[in-house]
Ligand binder design. Structure first.
Ligand SMILES: NC(=O)c1ccc[n+]([C@@H]2O[C@H](COP(=O)([O-])OP(=O)(O)OC[C@H]3O[C@@H](n4cnc5c(N)ncnc54)[C@H](O)[C@@H]3O)[C@@H](O)[C@H]2O)c1
Length: 327
């Protein structure tokens, strides 16, 4: 039972990780600047004796250190789950400073804080975006070359490089999890929320980014958290890079749009774009080789299509799904 710092804990994935850590009896400190996350996602835990929230920008290394220092003196933080990052790929294409600050500098700030305070263990939310576009191959952790095609992916890869150097000098353990597309609630961004909002706003018909042929794997957030907790509990060395995802072929955007149409707006005309990718930096096809994860003894409960079905149902029940969540 340890003290865990969850950066970005007020976001989609963080807000699902927090209760799973509390359930296990751990203490949890969430550090988030609330740029995309929402305090309301954590309201169920605000009164929990083992929960604490601090509003801080992880990219401001000195501020982060000064914020965590007194908490760490009170009870030593043993593990940082670094989930804070820019999660909006197009935002980083429009302004590269977004990924530089929220993804790369936040990793730098976290590592500086860990170095100064002697916090031994880091778990990092990396991404399939580090692989770039490797076409229609089942991507393993040793696939390459690693040529990201978005600033988002570039800054995730650069963050992984910083972590690698930190393992050599001061970290006792780093687990780098390469997530695929993760779905579920509370959705803050992503293809499902985007299409569900569009279908709710215009039930007669809505636009889909790209021609619908993009085919990718999807993981339900509850499976993702289970995988991270499982891997973290394994005795597997100091520096681990692991793809987390299903081993299926994935599902197309056209199939996803059809599922949403049937649930939200049965009469809608689906208007597809002309391009094979949805936006600059979109990888049109990817799937994972998950041999490493399977060899550890973990497989997801839901494959891509089942994860999408569950997430659509979850998001439709989400109170703020049809509009931007209030800050
Ligand atoms: N959701 C996915 O499909 C997916 C896929 C691959 C990787 N990831 C990674 O998983 C992590 C969590 O993603 P998410 O989907 O929950 O996104 P999210 O945007 O919902 O959560 C990110 C959180 O980080 C916070 N944050 C951003 N910049 C910060 C900063 N400088 N200082 C402090 N807090 C900051 C935001 O306020 C937000 O609460 C991110 O690192 C993301 O890149 C997500």
């Amino acid at each position: 039972l340890s003290v865990n710092l969850v950066t970005g804990g007020a976001g989609f994935i963080g807000a699902n990780l927090v209760p799973r850590l509390l359930e296990r009896g751990h203490r949890v400190i969430v550090a988030d600047n609330l740029s995309r996350g929402r305090r309301i996602f954590l309201e169920a835990f605000e009164a929990h004796p083992c929960f604490q929230f601090v509003e801080v920008d992880c990219a401001e290394a000195e501020n982060l250190l000064q914020t965590i220092l007194p908490l760490h003196r009170n009870k030593a933080v043993e593990c940082v789950w670094h989930m804070a990052a820019n999660s909006d790929i197009p935002a980083g294409v429009a302004d590269p400073r977004v990924d530089l600050k929220d993804t790369f500098h936040s990793t730098f700030g976290v590592l500086e804080t860990m170095r100064a305070l002697g916090i031994p263990c880091l778990r990092f939310a990396s991404s399939s975006a580090v692989y770039g576009d490797l076409k229609d191959t089942a991507i393993s952790e040793s696939s390459g070359p690693l040529n990201p095609i978005s600033n988002y992916g570039a800054m995730k890869l650069a963050s992984e490089a910083l972590i690698s150097a930190a393992v050599e000098s001061f970290l006792k353990r780093a687990d780098i999890f390469r997530f695929p597309n993760v779905v579920g609630t509370p959705a803050t961004h992503g293809v499902l929320l985007d299409l569900i909002r569009k279908a709710m706003a215009s039930p007669g018909g809505f636009d889909i980014l790209g021609d619908g042929t993009q085919k990718k794997i999807y993981l339900h957030v509850q499976d993702l958290i289970s995988a991270m907790l499982f891997i973290g509990a394994q005795d597997i060395g100091r520096h681990n890079i692991i793809n987390i995802g299903p081993s299926d072929e994935g599902i197309t955007v056209r199939e996803i749009a059809q599922k949403i149409r049937s649930k939200v707006a049965p009469n809608a005309v689906l208007r597809f774009g002309m391009e094979s990718r949805g936006w600059v930096g979109d990888v049109p096809r990817f799937r994972y080789d998950t041999t490493r994860l399977a060899a550890l003894g973990w497989t997801p409960q839901l494959g891509s299509a089942a994860a999408i079905d569950k997430a659509i149902a979850d998001i439709m029940l989400q109170k703020n799904a049809s509009r931007e969540a209030p800050p």
